[in-house]
Design a protein around this ligand. Sequence first.
Ligand SMILES: [Fe+2]
Ligand SMILES: [Fe+2]
Length: 248
Amino acid sequence: MLIAHISDLHCGSRAGFNPESLDLAITEINELMPDVVVVTGDITHNGFLSDYRLAVKYIEKIKCERKIIGSGNHDYRSTGYLLYRRYFQKPHILEVENSIIVYLSTARPDRDEGEAGYRQIQWLGKILDRFKDRFKIVALHHHLVPIPDTGLERNTVIDAGDVIRTITQHNVNLVLCGHRHRPWSLNMGNSLIINAGTVSSERFRGFFANSYNVIEVEGNKIDARLKVVGGRTMDFKELLTEREPFIP
Ligand SMILES: [Fe+2]
Ligand SMILES: [Fe+2]
């Protein structure tokens, strides 16, 4: 199974949205012909109607039948959560081959920090129980664990501990996050956490290029790589050991 993981498009008329980068990324992804595309939120910059209409045009250009289009904190601004429901709400659970992908909604109206909430965590546990024999992927917008080179930490999931416990207790194989605009990865128990950078915002943090992730899953083996938009493919190990910030 080939997964294209993109995040933090920030579609909008201003504020650092780079339409050329998004067009190029979509061209590259379409050439890859992934089995599934996972978008981990911040599709829009301000949650405005015009932002959503622009985002819909881009998402429609992605030639993949199976997409999960998750929400982020920016999408819930300015009552954008009502528009998100209108344009992108379903599905939040997707079965692809022997895998189950679940999107956990952590965005809340007019708040930057994330929250999964007691009920949603209970729901997640039930879904993971039901599909316990599958390769399990949980996707969410906010990062579960702080990420280096991103300044003062104040935007993680406020109930991250409870989410992490559910993820580790159910042996989730892969966790996909966005939000911080800084690609990163780490192992947590039996789970691999992959954080995406931003695919088309100029608001970089510590990694100064637009990027997305290309993840190949074969059985329980995960091969995750970072693709710089219009540039090279990097191994996440390379990213973790590099001491200088990436500047193209
Ligand atoms: Fe973002
Ligand atoms: Fe965000």
